[in-house]
Every structure is written in structure tokens, then in C-alpha cells.
Design a protein around this ligand. Structure first.
Ligand SMILES: [Zn+2]
Length: 144
């Protein structure tokens, strides 16, 4: 299987699987994200304990890219310290903006690397980054 079919398989799988699509009981943070250019809407719910993202989930509607990107992000960041999560968010946004191209640096993105080619599709970039910007906002509020 070539890398591109592997990538599209990861996106399809996350889009079909609803394993991260649920409310989080006793969530500490609920943050809404909206991408008007496509109509994507998500609501992230996070449970933070001792500076660690203990659990996360989301609800919402939107295109396959926005939903898959949210689910991939949650899988990747669940259980991570906030500081590490911020690093991952920054790297992901850097990858999409093509500001970070170093493969060693991108390694921490794991499955989120599947979204790398979105940077070639300007119309879909906002769909891909929606969840990550939303989480970034949520974490800023939590820390400040
Ligand atoms: Zn979209």
C-alpha cells in the first residue's frame, strides 16, 4: 500500500468510527469551533487533571476532513501533558502551513501525518485545522 492510500484509509477510518464522538462526563473545558466556509461545527470536551489531558471527546457535524481531523487529534493527545499537547498542536499547524517540513520534527504527529496532503488543498485547510485551533484556544483559557 502506498503512503497516500494509507493516509486516506486513516482519514476514512476516523470519519466512520465514532469512538471519540461522545460527551465527557464532568468535562473541565468545553470549547466550540466553527468553520463557516464549509459549515463544520465541533464542540470539544476535555477533562484535565494535574496538567494532563485525562480524557477528551467531541460532538458536532461537518465534512469528513473536519471530523476525522478532530478524532485523530483526540487519539493523539489523550493522556498527554498540556505542554506536550501544545507542542503537537504547533507542529500540526506548522505542517499544514508548510512552515515545518523536517520529518523528524513531524514524527510526533503520528496518525495526524495523514492530513499532510491537505496543505495542497487550500479550500480544505480550514476543515483540517478547525479542531486544533479550537483546542489551542481551550488550552489558553485553561492556563491563563
Ligand atoms: Zn469542512
Amino acid at each position: 500500500m502506498d503512503l497516500n492510500s494509507l493516509y486516506s484509509e486513516i482519514i476514512t477510518e476516523h470519519n466512520l468510527s465514532n469512538h471519540n464522538k461522545h460527551h465527557i462526563a464532568g468535562a473541565d473545558i468545553v470549547e466550540k469551533g466553527h468553520n463557516p466556509s464549509c459549515g463544520d461545527e465541533i464542540e470539544l470536551e476535555l477533562k484535565i487533571k494535574d496538567g494532563i489531558i485525562e480524557d477528551a471527546g467531541y460532538t458536532g457535524v461537518g465534512c469528513a476532513i473536519s471530523q476525522a481531523s478532530t478524532s485523530i487529534m483526540i487519539d493523539l493527545l489523550r493522556g498527554k501533558p498540556i505542554e506536550e499537547a501544545k507542542q503537537v498542536i504547533e507542529t500540526f499547524l506548522g505542517m499544514i502551513k508548510r512552515e515545518i517540513t523536517d520529518e523528524d520534527q513531524l514524527d510526533i504527529l503520528e496518525e495526524a501525518l495523514a492530513l499532510k496532503n491537505i496543505s495542497n488543498m487550500p479550500a480544505r485547510v480550514k476543515c483540517a485545522v478547525l479542531a486544533w485551533h479550537t483546542l489551542d484556544e481551550a488550552l489558553k483559557k485553561k492556563v491563563s
